[in-house]
Design a protein. Structure first.
Length: 315
């Protein structure tokens, strides 16, 4: 029997998807890639393959899961299997540098960013931002890894030379303009099948934990928007959201063979929009979805169903 294969390293992020696949009566198999093997002398099974590998896998003890996923995806693509969010999507997932270059190529504005390897190089790169606030973050990140706000080079030097300094898993630290927002929220646009589904407003007044998955629980991190009290839910779907940038986002996804993604932006005090993240293993918040009556995992399951049926005759 042909089926849907789900490639990932974190069972907590597949639970809701599997429930939706069960609801639709779809055949599927769980491919957990925290460790494993790839036999290059054999052909993969028939079916469609959905990649949900995460850039933050190393924070869950799965340091080499993306590398294993890269080998598996190359194997699948070599044999002509249908892969949703394939090797190109994984390349963007583990590199914000690549994300920003692809966004800028399609006319999508990103914050000024410099990549650096080495503590002294980080300090030297930050001198380009001297005179105004800037942040650091990890190139291969997720979960707000390495995000710190600085108002001076001296403050950065103290951080880099301290035990608190976080070495990025790939060694690449990004120094980036601090985007000051008049309100404490960012916007995350969700896409399935390369098409816009909905936008969610994420309140950041209590920290920069942006993963909407119900299982996520992360310590408060740097918030790129001003901190201010708010009674709005942390995640809320924006009714009838529309913006010209959505067309550009869809072009970016299409040109990089990405079918499923969440793309995040923030607006400054002048209303200028800055896009700073493409998440290709996007999650959804059940409370926000229940209130709005829109369900990302259901749309994803339907998309997988359509893709499976387009490739194979199912019974």
């Amino acid at each position: 029997m042909t089926k849907i294969y789900v490639l990932h390293e974190n069972p907590e992020w597949t639970e809701h998807l599997f429930k939706r696949l069960d609801e639709l009566g779809l055949p599927y198999e769980d491919w957990q890639l925290s460790q494993g093997t790839v036999d290059l002398t054999k052909a993969p099974p028939e079916g469609i393959f959905y990649n949900r590998m995460s850039a933050s896998s190393h924070t869950r003890g799965n340091r080499y899961a993306p590398e294993l996923a890269n080998a598996v995806l190359a194997w699948l693509e070599h044999h002509g299997r249908t892969v949703i969010n394939g090797s190109r999507a994984l390349q963007l997932e583990v590199s914000k540098v690549l994300q920003y270059l692809e966004l800028e190529k399609h006319g999508v504005k990103t914050p000024k960013t410099v990549a650096a390897v080495g503590k002294q190089q980080i300090i030297e790169a930050a001198k380009q931002f001297e005179g105004h606030s800037f942040i650091t973050k990890h190139n291969r990140a997720g979960k707000g890894l390495g995000v710190q706000l600085f108002d001076s080079i001296e403050a950065l030097e103290r951080y880099v030379d301290s035990e608190a300094f976080e070495e990025p898993v790939d060694g690449v630290t990004l120094i980036q303009d601090y985007i000051k927002s008049p309100q404490s929220f960012i916007t995350r646009c969700e896409f399935v099948g390369g098409e816009f589904v909905y936008a969610v407003r994420v309140d950041t007044s209590e920290g920069f934990e942006l993963c909407p998955a119900d299982a996520c629980s992360i310590e408060d991190l740097f918030c790129p928007a001003d901190s201010m009290p708010t009674e709005v839910p942390k995640f809320s779907i924006i009714e009838d959201f529309d913006h010209p940038v959505l067309e550009s986002y869809e072009e970016v996804l299409r040109d990089n063979d990405i079918n499923v993604a969440g793309i995040e932006f923030i607006q400054d005090e002048a209303g200028q929009l800055y896009t700073y993240d493409i998440n290709t293993n996007t999650n959804y918040n059940s409370d926000a979805e229940a209130k709005a009556g829109q369900f990302g995992m259901l749309e994803l399951a339907k998309f997988l169903k359509h893709t499976l049926e387009a490739q194979y005759v199912t019974k």
